[in-house]
Structure formats: C-alpha cells, structure tokens
Design a protein around this ligand. Structure first.
Ligand code: DHB
Ligand code: MG
Length: 224
C-alpha cells in the first residue's frame, strides 16, 4: 500500500523510531491484530502517533474527539495524552473495526478513557451537537475523506476558541493536485482545503510528510 520509491524514507523512519518511539507492547499488539484481521496499514506511523500525542499534551487536551477509529492505533496515542479525568470519544463506521478497537482498549487497560461511538460519523456528530456536549479541546479528523467538508462544519460546532484540529491524509502522494474531480476522496479533501481559505474562524497550516506511510500530510487548524 505504501510503496516508497526511495528506501531512504523507510530507513529514516526506522532510524528515528529506534531512538524516539521505544518498543511498546500495547501499540504493537494493536498493529499485529490489525494485520491479522486483514486490514490495510492505514494507521498513522509510530512517529506520527507520537506527534499527535505531543500536540494533545501540549495544549492540555482533556476532551479529545477522533473521527475514524479504525483499529484504535491513533486512539491509543491520543488516550495516553490525557490528563486525569480526560476522555477520548472516537467515531467508527465499521462494526468489525469498532469490535477490534474495543478489544484492544479492553486488553490494554485503556477502556475507561475511550468511548467508541459506532455508525456514520455524520450521525454521531449530530448527536453530540444536539446533546450540547462540552466542546472538545483536540480533534483528529481521519474518517471518510469524501465527507471531510461536512465533518468540518460539524466539528466546528463542537469546538471552542483554542480547539486544535488535525486532519490526516491531505496530500495523498501529491494526488491532492488532481483537479479532474475523478477521485471522490481527492475531491472531498480539496473541497475541505478550499473551505479553509480565508476561513473566519480558523488559523491554518498544512505539513507534507514523508516516511514509512509514504508521502502524505496533515492539515492543522486552530480555532480562533
Ligand atoms: C487511507 C485512509 C487513511 O486514513 C490513511 O491514513 C491512509 C489511507 C485510505 O482510505 O486509503
Ligand atoms: Mg489517515
């Protein structure tokens, strides 16, 4: 899935991981089970997981929202950033993924910190909005790329000034430049990025990334 043309990108990630992200049974178990379940390696890399963890810790995020649990790998990195009394709410469409993630959280002692909400994220977000829940401090957007524009409108209703939002997969090996409209995921992310232009509520940047997950990137939005 992630075929880097140049092995240096994988090798540098391995070199850095060896120094910066020590072996971790919980995370390794999660990846092993993801693999055994025949799921593609869509989770963030260890270094990216640590990046999300450091960001969430830096802002003292107590309430974290994740869109797209998948096998729970990034969820674990986020849950570990929580202070006492903190919580991650993570949204997952696929029951098989939610089941696997729940098992990972149960078996690694993190279940009390994480609540999985199943079903389409759009629906779960509307429930959170209608319930008038407290705004989230940190939001990781990593669900269906086609719906990034809808999710943006919704997560802004669950934010406050100072909320930090990170969106995964905004570069997609440079395919983000494809303006043909043929790939619905690219179309979704492009519309999402268009919405950020002169956005009255958001201060934004994006970073291109290269490593064991290929060439991709994060968008970063700070709610003013
Ligand atoms: C895909 C989705 C992701 O969230 C990701 O990080 C990598 C790939 C995908 O849908 O292909
Ligand atoms: Mg992703």
């Amino acid at each position: 899935m992630y075929e880097n043309e140049n092995p240096v990108f994988d090798n540098v990630d391995a070199y850095l991981e060896e120094r910066l992200t020590p072996p971790d049974e919980t995370l390794e178990l999660t990846l092993k089970r993801q693999d055994e379940a025949g799921l593609p390696p869509m989770a963030v890399s260890p270094l990216q997981g640590a990046f999300l963890n450091i960001l969430a810790k830096s802002i003292g995020a107590k309430r974290i929202l994740e869109l797209g649990t998948f096998a729970g790998y990034s969820t674990i990195w986020l849950a570990r950033a929580l202070p006492e009394g903190g919580k991650v709410i993570t949204l997952e469409l696929q029951d098989v993924n939610a089941d696997l993630s729940q098992r990972n959280f149960d078996d690694t002692g993190l279940a009390d910190l994480i609540e999985i909400r199943r079903g389409p994220a759009e629906k779960s977000l509307n429930i959170l909005i209608n319930d008038g829940v407290k705004p989230f401090d940190f939001i990781f957007l990593d669900a269906d790329k086609i719906r990034y524009p809808t999710y943006l409108d919704q997560i802004l209703m669950l934010s406050r000034p100072g909320t930090l939002i990170i969106a995964d997969n905004v570069i997609r090996n440079g395919r983000i430049l494809d303006d043909s409209g043929k790939d619905p995921s690219i179309r979704g992310v492009r519309t999402f990025l268009d919405m950020l232009k002169d956005h009255p509520q958001l201060h934004c940047t994006a970073l291109q990334t290269m490593g064991c997950k290929g060439y991709d990137g994060f968008a970063m939005m700070y709610v003013r």
